[in-house]
Design a protein around this ligand. Structure first.
Ligand SMILES: [Zn+2]
Length: 293
């Protein structure tokens, strides 16, 4: 009897803790869903987060995987006034970003480009020790202002996914870098890749194959016209794609498709479904380091 009394207390305590944790997660999810609903559908940043909840595990494909974390960032810098929890999740402060970059540099990581990964898959590039890739989606101006100098300071480069009709524009709190910013980043050794012309959702059935083909090919042409660069790399908006979408992307000359599937091991035989590692705002350094292992 005494024994039962002894374990009863701790069990009740654990149950209370678990209930509080579950309730907290529930209310947090409700808050995010409410915020998503209150946003207009055209808001890119919010739609990005919706995808975090939707992401299915990457289908298993045969082939040897190589350890290569591809970090996914959106905003780097200060939060706008009245930032929602979604925007907070997408924004890594300049200080946190420098802490992460500094740690990587100190621990022997070397940045490579997505193009290097492609060449590696062809046997034309040898991976350095501890390779890593920084990707920045959407081409926000804060990334060009805040992240590039830090990358440069530690001898790193980044890969920037540009929505080719957006440079120099603004949508609410989202300010897009100009083509001058993008050109200067490119000329100083950073990589520029396509994120479509207008960030359309590639898995939405309302878009015809013709539309997908035209939009993806045109984004490639836009980059070629602006930078003289022939990119064969596409980062899928919202991480959404279908088999037909991949087919259209390939027919436009894209050889690499970058997703939001979570993972830090790359299968060089499945280049149109490359996973990444999402870096959230307000992440501790310990949590960030865990993403790499
Ligand atoms: Zn995007």
């Amino acid at each position: 009897m005494n024994y039962h009394k002894k374990i009863f207390g701790p069990i009740i305590f654990i149950l209370i803790i678990l209930s509080v944790a579950v309730a907290h997660q529930f209310f947090y999810n409700q808050k995010i869903l409410k915020e998503i609903e209150s946003q207009k559908t055209g808001d890119i940043a919010y739609q990005h987060l919706i995808t975090t909840k939707d992401v299915a595990p990457l289908p298993e494909t045969p082939g040897q995987r190589v350890k290569l974390p591809i970090l996914m960032y959106h905003h780097i810098g200060a939060l706008p006034e009245k930032a929602t929890s979604l925007r907070k999740d997408l924004t890594v402060s300049t200080e946190d970003f420098e802490t992460q970059v500094k740690w990587l540099a100190k621990n022997g990581y070397h940045t490579i480009s997505l193009k290097d990964l492609y060449n590696y898959s062809l046997g034309k590039f040898i991976l350095p020790e501890k390779p890593i890739i920084f990707t920045f989606d959407d081409g926000y101006q804060d990334v060009f202002v805040n992240a590039i100098p830090i990358l440069k300071k530690y001898g790193f480069v980044g890969s920037f996914a540009i929505i080719t009709q957006y440079p120099g524009t603004q949508n609410g709190d989202n300010i897009y870098a100009s083509w001058d910013d993008i050109t200067s980043a490119y000329l100083t050794g950073n990589e520029i890749v396509s994120h479509t012309q207008d960030h359309f959702d590639g898995s939405n059935p309302k878009y015809s194959s013709e539309f997908i083909h035209k939009n993806l090919c045109a984004s490639k042409t836009d980059i070629k016209d602006r930078l003289g660069l022939d990119t064969n790399i596409l980062i899928y908006p919202y991480g959404h794609y279908t088999a037909q979408y991949i087919k259209e992307a390939k027919s436009c000359g894209f050889d690499l498709g970058i997703t939001v599937h979570e993972g830090n091991k790359i299968n060089p035989k499945n280049l149109m479904e490359i996973p990444r590692v999402r870096v959230h705002g307000n992440e501790t350094l310990e949590k960030f380091i865990q993403l790499l292992y």
